[in-house]
Design a protein around this ligand. Structure first.
Ligand code: FAD
Length: 493
């Protein structure tokens, strides 16, 4: 069997590396990419699941941190999302300690009402470490009572693709440099039979993975899979990115700062800082977006601002005939919660789980497409919540407060608004504590809490909350600074 991966950005190389690692040399894997076309060149903030991917490939974490100029990420800081001047973090990991069946946040909600609880951040190890710009890995923890401190990375996307390319080629992936000029289809089945390169070469295969980015050369141009456009829910449609000089103390969190018609990201790496603005072209011109970005950098720009256009949404069928779309070819949602690389990872797991032989069944395709749809829709709802629950005054933000939202999100908000219930469904990516932090951070508070949280005495509750707060503060105080932690891993810098 021969699998052809079309495209060599983050999606193409992650896919080729993982398929080669798990399928071994029984399957031939070809990757075609064009240096002339290049890659999108952004996509530098991740979520903790990236570690599972790297570990599955057997990648040494320190080697990875050195090779990709990575820093550690414990959280995302949202600045001005609720209203100008306010900030909060969505930190990875648990908050507080569950008692019995009761999720911690119900005790916290009661504690807030009775004046015995501090801000939610004080009960999250990741949040407090991020605020203190501290970092350490699990092994050095002092208190067994505290949860694990999950972490992700900020990394240089081009260096990560190069790192994976070396890995994949060592595992037997054959790379072809060239521009795909056409797609040849089997007359009877309609399946893709081969890619036709501009120089006349032909790359034939049994299964094709479309990683050609926004253009979706195979899945859309050749097979017309269709696209669900979600811009009425998430109207930002452009971005402009610029790298700037390295900052001295690099924060162990991504920053997302709201502005008049969208938001700006800041991603600190060891050798430079990644910056960009995501905005709605109906509310902000391209020139104004570039000027806004350049006026709001923490360090000197290293290049000219680079514009990008996108339509938020997803392919109607991510697997059609013998083509599976992965990465930007499958769909795109703005990088507010750093989910795109994760979606590449889950698509790869799904390919491995449902891997066809020479012939795929429609049942396999349906299952793949159904799982992908659910995953995208749940993430979409989470992103919309950030916009919906704002109390800003600009026309862009006011329109977000009033716009219709998906029924699935409306149901989630209603459940929270009563007694603070958050229910995670169908393996959705974001956990109860992720939703909790965004609800609370955006200022959406419920009327009550679970009745079980009312059982302990007020003093007992105060003692319980105080203990967690103290344990976390003590734990964070003994952690090294994030930059010292990175410097110890990368002594050559
Ligand atoms: P690309 O990088 O575009 O790669 C496409 C590949 O296909 C290239 O190798 C190209 O040469 C090849 N190709 C295309 N056409 C042809 C052809 N005709 N012939 C031969 N080869 C061809 N994700 C995150 O997880 N975190 C983030 O912080 C984040 N930030 C983002 C910010 C912005 C503004 C955008 C737009 C995206 C962001 N993403 C982020 C998403 C992330 O960049 C992508 O998911 C990731 O880079 C994967 O891209 P890709 O490989 O699918 O596409």
């Amino acid at each position: 069997m021969t699998i052809v991966v079309a495209g060599g950005g983050t999606a193409g190389w992650m896919t080729a590396a993982a398929l080669a690692r798990f399928l071994g040399r029984n399957v031939r894997i070809h990757l075609v990419e064009s240096e002339e076309i290049g890659t999108i060149g952004v996509g530098e903030a991740t979520i903790p699941q990236i570690r599972t991917f790297n570990q599955a490939l057997g990648i040494d974490e320190t080697a990875f941190v050195r090779a990709t100029e990575a820093t550690f990420k414990l959280a995302i800081e949202f600045v001005g999302w609720s209203r100008p001047g306010e900030r909060y973090m969505h930190a990875f990991g648990d908050i507080g300690r569950e008692s019995g069946l009761l999720p911690f946040h119900h005790s916290w909600l009661r504690g807030r009402r009775e004046g015995v609880a501090r801000e939610l951040a004080h009960y999250s190890l990741n949040n407090m470490a991020a605020l203190g710009e501290r970092m350490q890995t699990g092994a050095a923890r002092t208190s067994a009572l505290l949860p694990e401190m999950p972490y992700a990375f900020h990394f240089d996307a081009a260096l990560y693709a190069a790192f994976l390319r070396r890995f994949a080629e060592e595992q037997g992936v054959v790379r072809t440099e060239g521009r795909i000029a056409g797609v040849e289809r089997d007359q009877t089945s309609g399946d893709v039979a081969a890619l036709a390169l501009a120089d006349g070469r032909r790359i034939a295969g049994d299964l094709f993975i479309d990683c050609t980015g926004f253009s979706g050369l195979l899945i859309e141009n050749a097979l017309g899979a269709g696209y669900d456009d979600w811009s009425h829910w998430l109207p930002c449609d452009r971005a402009v990115a610029v790298p700037s000089a390295r900052v001295e103390a690099f924060t162990p969190y991504t920053r997302a700062t709201a502005h008049g018609a969208g938001w700006q990201w800041r991603i600190p790496l060891q050798h430079r800082t990644g910056n960009g603005i995501v905005y709605a072209s109906a509310h902000l011109s391209d020139d104004a977006a570039s000027a806004l970005l350049l006026a709001n950098l923490d360090s000197a720009p290293l290049a000219d601002p680079r514009p990008m256009r996108f339509t938020t949404g997803k392919r109607r069928e991510m697997w059609k005939h013998n083509v599976i779309a992965v990465g930007l070819a499958a769909g795109f949602m703005e990088p507010l919660e750093s989910t795109s690389i994760h979606l590449i990872q889950t698509a790869i797991s799904r390919i491995l789980k449902l891997l066809p032989g020479r012939e795929a069944t429609q049942a396999q395709r349906n299952q793949f497409n159904r799982e992908s749809d659910i995953e995208y829709e749940r993430i979409r709802d989470f992103l919309i919540l950030h916009y919906r629950a704002n109390r800003r005054d600009e026309p862009f933000w006011r329109a977000r407060q009033e716009a219709a939202i998906p029924a699935s999100l409306a149901a989630k908000i209603a459940l929270w608004a009563g007694n603070g219930h958050i229910v995670r469904e169908q393996d959705e990516l974001f956990t109860e504590v992720a939703w909790l932090q965004v609800f609370v951070g955006q200022g959406v508070m419920p009327a009550g809490n679970h009745p079980i949280a009312d059982f302990p005495s007020r003093d007992g509750l105060a003692e319980y909350l105080g203990l967690i707060d103290k344990l976390i503060a003590r734990e964070v105080a003994q952690m090294p600074d994030h930059d010292a932690f990175v410097a110890a891993l990368c002594p050559a810098r």
